[in-house]
Ligand binder design. Structure first.
Ligand SMILES: [Zn+2]
Length: 97
């Protein structure tokens, strides 16, 4: 068996490398092994899942909270308060009832 690694495919920061008889999905940013399979199909789907999750993560925006003005990771236009302020806002609401 030869130990040569063959690059097969990459998607975002992830790549598939064939090592001997196995396919490895690696994160190229830290060269970490994410997934290992004996079939290319499984490695391809593992690559797809991770690349998609990574793209989703990159769409998260950092916005200032409307209440305390601290930057936080917003999941969308509807999401304008940081987690701490949302918790406090809920407490105030319950207290007012
Ligand atoms: Zn806040």
């Amino acid at each position: 068996m030869s130990g040569g690694a063959v690059h097969m495919k990459s998607d975002g920061p992830y790549e598939i490398v064939r090592v001997g008889e196995t396919y490895e999905v690696r994160d190229t940013r830290n060269d970490q092994l994410e997934y290992r399979s004996r079939t290319l199909d499984q490695a391809l789907s593992a690559l797809g899942v991770r690349a998609k999750a990574e793209r989703k993560r990159q769409t998260v925006m950092v916005r200032p909270c409307i209440r305390c003005r601290r930057d936080f990771e917003s999941e969308g236009a509807h999401h304008r308060m940081c987690a701490t302020c949302r918790l406090n806002a809920r407490d105030i609401y319950h207290g007012a009832v």
